[in-house]
Design a protein around this ligand. Structure first.
Ligand code: PHE
Length: 341
């Protein structure tokens, strides 16, 4: 008797293996489950029901085998269930699905990159990196820099004044930090000051009311114009390569004497003359000069004992040149399309 049942079990297992592996879809797998293991009419269930009619000895062997077969069938059914679930359910790879956007990574703003690059360079040369107030007093922004209230230079650097605080203004340049820093640290001193500046401008592709400068100055005994030129040359070569030259031409700034315009070999045409440099082969990058005695005096230093040079460059302009940005207003527009390029 038990031999017959055991043979039946083997047959069921063989058929189940065949059926389950050939089930065409999830529905087919469920039908196998019902047909084989279903409580009412499952083939295996039917056999299990006959177990009670067997003698004790046979019930043990047949029962054990029947459970084994049942487990094997369950394992096969579950495996195929997972297979179909993976094709259709959660976690399925749906090849018709649109490609997901790449995860968005943040990046440094172009002006930040240029600023950090210059900071690292000057730190390596022994300069302090200082921060100054964007809301500045008229004294540091103008008066201490030899620009009295009636001086025409105030017109060239018109800015935003603060209502109810007539002596406060949004700084027009980073030069105000010259006197602040000298008062704080005294001489000798070598420092650079990156920072945001403001001017009352009718904005266009070259003019912006908010922009970034990078100031540098060295004050001490016997600081000369040669030091200034050497420093500018080293900075320009750091930015644009060893073939870069610097030329200085006279220009008026009330807080330097002599005052100069620092130009570098055009980064586009290497001095040949092009549209960017308007055919001159040079690009104006720096405002610079030897710190005016009146400025040293405002910092409570003796111009007979110490001298110094100062320069300022437009970080915004350097970034425009570096990244080929045509419109200065892009930097403050917060346009991700621009920033992610
Ligand atoms: N502060 C000047 C400007 O904003 C630049 C400058 C800095 C000139 C230092 C001379 C010395 O144009």
């Amino acid at each position: 008797m038990s031999a017959v049942v055991l043979a039946q079990l083997d047959a069921i297992l063989a058929r189940a293996t065949d059926l389950i592996s050939k089930a065409p879809d999830a529905e087919g797998v469920e039908q196998c489950d019902i047909g084989l293991l279903g409580r009412k009419n499952g083939e295996l269930t039917a056999i299990l029901k006959t177990l009670s009619s067997l003698d004790e000895e046979s019930r043990k062997t047949v029962g054990a085998r029947a459970n084994q077969v049942k487990n094997e069938i369950e394992v096969m059914i579950n495996a195929r269930r997972r297979e179909f679930a993976a094709l259709t359910g959660a976690g399925a790879i749906d090849i018709s699905e649109p490609v997901l956007p790449r995860p968005e990574y943040g990046a440094l703003h172009p002006i930040t990159e240029v600023r950090q690059n210059l900071e690292t360079f000057f730190r390596g040369k022994g300069f302090l990196v200082l921060d100054g107030p964007e809301l500045e007093s008229e004294f540091y922004n103008f008066e201490a820099l030899n620009i009295p209230a009636d001086h025409p230079a105030r017109d060239m650097q018109d800015t935003f004044y603060i209502k109810d605080h007539p002596t406060l203004l949004m700084r027009t340049h980073t030069s105000g930090m010259q006197v602040r820093a000298l008062q704080m640290y005294g001489a000798p001193l070598a420092a650079v000051v990156p920072g945001r500046c403001f001017r009352n401008e009718a904005t266009d592709v070259r003019h912006e009311h908010t922009f970034y400068q990078f100031e540098g100055f060295v004050v001490g005994e016997n600081v000369t114009l040669a030091h200034l030129k050497g420093t500018l040359e080293a900075a320009a070569q750091h930015l644009y390569g060893p073939q870069t030259h610097v030329r200085l031409r006279p220009k008026f700034y009330p807080f330097v004497e002599p005052g100069m315009n620092g130009e570098v070999t055009c980064v586009i045409c290497a001095g040949q003359g092009c549209k960017l440099c308007k055919g001159t082969g040079w690009l104006e990058i720096f405002g610079c000069g030897m710190i005016h005695p009146e400025v040293l005096k405002a910092a409570k230093l003796d111009p007979k004992k110490v001298s110094g040079f100062a320069f300022g460059l437009g970080l915004t302009r350097i970034a425009m040149l570096k990244y080929g940005v045509g419109d200065v207003r892009e930097f403050n527009a917060g346009d991700l399309n621009f920033l992610q390029q």
